[in-house]
Design a protein around this ligand. Structure first.
Ligand code: DSN
Length: 448
């Protein structure tokens, strides 16, 4: 019997939609770098009766009764996080990455304080002070950038930090293919007296496996989502380091109070438990091999795409993602590349590139990552094939020209979609990606 047999009976409409989504995930190559496939155990735990409980507070200090089992579960997640990331304090309650980051502001800053982060279109995150996020409205946000070679401009960051004396500095990114310079930012933060917060959401799995340097000895606080390279449920954690406690012995309490009651109500106990499962998995030798393979796969993709004349920001990758710069062909081509790849069965996202000449909605790049296809156990051989397919598909969109006016854009994209449906190269590519997906089945034993 399928695991959703009662949903199938009682809510066929919803059942159908879930089934279609499983089919989509199984039959396409998921290459959005922030996505992954959680294990069957993580999914199972996230779907348990733990979702029924209210547990405001922390283990041993709850506002509701009946939390003995939840205390044990949350403590398990906390202890596993502390061990895996080598930190003395972990809060596993943030609902997701953005609330986790906002809790850090609540703990450390007052409205109007200066804060610093990597500029969004240079690869930073909305919550690191971008103008469209409340973090760019409530605080005096100063952005640092990347240089021509795609690496973070440490000199600019130092100059801005000394001039503006920010209360906190973020080091972290969503579209940065190089290693994060934790040591250099620790020096900058120490020089200007700021808190250094490492947002390792994208590389948490690589850090846990020792494939990316850990910020534990450099940052005062570490935030991360749990569902990207860490391969857990959708959730987040905030960790305080020894360095953080040395700077402010009350830092752990401040973080805990900021999460609850500062920002959130009851934690999602089913997610906390699934985080505990993911942390156990991430401490295994198998996970270390997985993380190494993520990087090897990304390197292989980068080499072949570069050889095919496709420009990459920073000319390659040192982690799980590649940022393709399409400006060699034209501006604002990200949307065409994303849609063409989608039709070919490869799911990626359009993305801004450093010094973006277009806009975040019609950006000039695409972001490609290997965490999810590596979970499907694909290796270098498959990356060679996928890179050739991506290159072929990109050649199909290189002559697109994005009109300047909104109506013109809509009309052009409509016609482009029609052309895509009849494109023989894309059809051939779709066949190849379907074959690859069939060879590396996703959740092979899962029956809905
Ligand atoms: N949406 C995430 C990403 O794709 O990187 C960041 O929040």
């Amino acid at each position: 019997m399928g695991m959703l047999s009662t949903i199938k009976r009682d809510d066929p409409e919803l059942y159908k939609a879930i089934k279609k989504e499983l089919k989509r995930q199984r039959e396409s190559l998921e290459m959005i770098p922030s996505e992954n496939f959680a294990s069957r155990n993580v999914l199972l735990v996230a779907g348990t009766v733990l979702a029924n409980k209210y547990s405001e507070g922390y283990p041993g200090r709850r506002y509701y009764g009946g939390n003995g089992n939840i205390d044990a579960i949350e403590n398990l997640a906390i202890e596993r996080a502390k061990k895996l990331f080598n930190v003395p304090h972990a809060n596993v309650q943030p609902y997701s990455g953005s609330p986790a980051n906002f809790a850090v502001y609540v703990a450390l800053c007052n409205p109007g304080d200066a804060i610093m982060g990597l500029n969004l279109t240079d690869g930073g995150h909305l919550t690191h002070g971008w103008k469209a996020s409340v973090t760019g409205k409530f605080f005096r946000s100063i952005s640092y950038h990347v240089k021509e070679d795609g690496s973070i401009d440490i000199d600019e960051a130092r100059r801005l930090a000394l001039e503006n004396k920010p209360k906190l500095i973020w080091i972290g990114a969503t579209a940065y293919p190089m290693a994060l310079p934790f040591g250099e930012f620790a020096n900058i933060a120490d020089e200007c007296g700021a808190y250094l917060v490492a947002d390792i959401s994208h590389v948490a799995g690589l850090v846990a496996a020792g494939v990316h340097e850990s910020p534990a000895k450099y940052a005062h606080i570490i935030t991360t989502t749990t569902h990207k390279t860490l391969r857990g449920p959708r959730g987040a954690m905030i960790m305080v380091t020894e360095k953080g406690l040395a700077k402010d012995p009350e830092l752990a309490d401040k973080i805990d109070r900021a999460v609850f009651p500062g920002l959130q109500g009851g934690p999602h106990d089913h997610t906390t438990a699934a985080i505990a499962t993911a942390l156990l998995e991430a401490s295994s030798q198998e996970f270390k091999e997985y993380a190494k393979q993520i990087v090897k796969n990304a390197e292989t993709l980068a080499n072949i795409l570069s050889n095919r004349g496709i420009k990459l920001v920073s000319d390659g990758t040192a982690n799980h993602l590649l940022l393709i710069d399409l400006t060699t062909f034209g501006t604002g081509l990200g949307v065409f590349a994303q849609e063409a790849l989608d039709s070919a069965g490869i799911v990626v996202n359009k993305n801004t590139i450093p010094k973006e000449p277009s806009s975040p909605f019609y950006p000039s790049g695409i972001r490609i990552g290997t965490p999810a296809i590596t979970t499907r156990r694909m290796k270098e051989k498959e990356m060679e094939e996928i890179a050739q397919i991506i290159a072929e598909v990109i050649m199909q969109v290189k002559d697109c020209k994005l009109p300047a006016d909104t109506e013109g854009k809509k009309e052009y994209i409509k016609k482009f979609r029609k052309r895509l449906r009849n494109n023989l190269v894309i059809k051939e590519a779709r066949k190849k990606t379907a074959e690859l997906c069939a060879k590396f089945p996703l959740y092979p034993d899962m029956k809905l």
